[in-house]
Design a protein around this ligand. Structure first.
Ligand code: ATP
Length: 277
């Protein structure tokens, strides 16, 4: 492994970019989809979130972004204002069927400087052009976004993230449906964010890609199966456990018997609240 701790993080208690999950439970219609997850995302590091379909990965990102309220536990964003968190949803969730030039789409990333309806400065336009160049889209500024291919559009969204200049960057399946060249180019942008000391958390499905590019991994299957260095997390045993997660939506799932620390507790032998007599 390389020297990825060569930059010093000397913020003693609450380093910027640090985000911690404390016994976090997230539910839809009272069904938990993320269940008692605790841990910290390594600051200034790249962490992959992997797990089977329906494991709660996208839901967890939404909660980290503050778009969803925990039913239990907390997301602790020490030292991170909401504006310092950037979030790229799954491409399928993004509507780009409106008239907007590529440059204007990138400039939306600069809203905290220019305001939604503020004047766009010349320097902002220059930064937008530089960002487009960095993602391999130089010269595309005047094109309408609805005419771009899926891969080109994703490059534009990465340019927008570059302008946003966030400390914590959350990416939901950023490479789905992209070809190898586009994926490699965008992985290089992510590596650049790491060199700049930013924290990146990405939901991914390609284990080889995760092993090569993401030093940290959270393996999620509703519960946390493993979280730490990728080589220790992506073991056959852990993956088998994750893939054993029930896929069906269990309407009769047992009531959760855990205390507030997240530690499993033994369900009471005769729980009168669950049985009618
Ligand atoms: N808006 C919603 N309303 C109700 N249930 C939802 C909603 N969004 C997700 N779910 C359910 O929550 C569970 C977790 O979904 P989530 O999208 O977080 O999983 P995921 O790990 O991102 O899956 P995938 O790999 O398929 O994208 C699934 O069972 C899903 O059906």
């Amino acid at each position: 492994m390389s020297h990825h701790h060569d930059h010093q993080h000397d913020h003693a208690h609450h380093p910027a970019g640090a985000i911690r999950l404390s016994n976090l439970t997230l539910t839809y219609h009272r069904h938990p989809v993320v269940h008692h997850v605790s841990g910290s995302f390594a600051q200034g590091e790249l962490t992959a979130i992997v797990g089977p379909n329906g494991a709660g990965k996208s839901t967890l990102l939404k909660a980290m972004m503050g778009l969803m309220k925990p039913n239990h536990g907390r997301v602790e964003r020490h030292g991170l204002a909401p504006r310092e968190i950037a979030y790229l949803p799954q491409q399928a969730a993004i509507d780009r069927d409106f008239p907007l030039s590529v440059q204007d789409a990138v400039l939306l990333g600069d809203w905290r400087n220019s305001g939604w309806f503020g004047r766009i400065s010349r320097s902002a336009r220059q930064r937008a052009d530089a960002a487009l160049e960095r993602v391999g889209m130089a010269g595309f500024g005047g094109r309408p976004v609805d005419e771009l291919s899926a891969g080109q559009f994703q490059r534009v969204l990465f340019a927008r993230l570059l302008l946003q200049d966030a400390q914590l960057i959350l990416l939901d399946e950023p490479f789905t449906a992209l070809d190898a060249k586009t994926t490699a180019d965008l992985l290089a942008v992510i590596a650049g964010w790491r060199r700049e000391g930013r924290t990146v958390v990405a939901v991914l499905h390609d284990y080889e890609q995760v092993r090569s590019h993401f030093p940290q991994t959270l393996l999620l299957a509703k519960e946390c199966i493993a979280w730490g260095p990728t080589t220790e997390v992506l073991t056959p045993a852990n993956l088998a456990r994750a893939n054993g997660m029930p896929q069906n939506w269990d309407d009769d799932a047992p009531v959760c018997h855990r205390d507030d620390t997240g530690a499993p507790t033994t369900p009471p032998a005769h729980d009168h609240t669950l049985h009618s007599h």
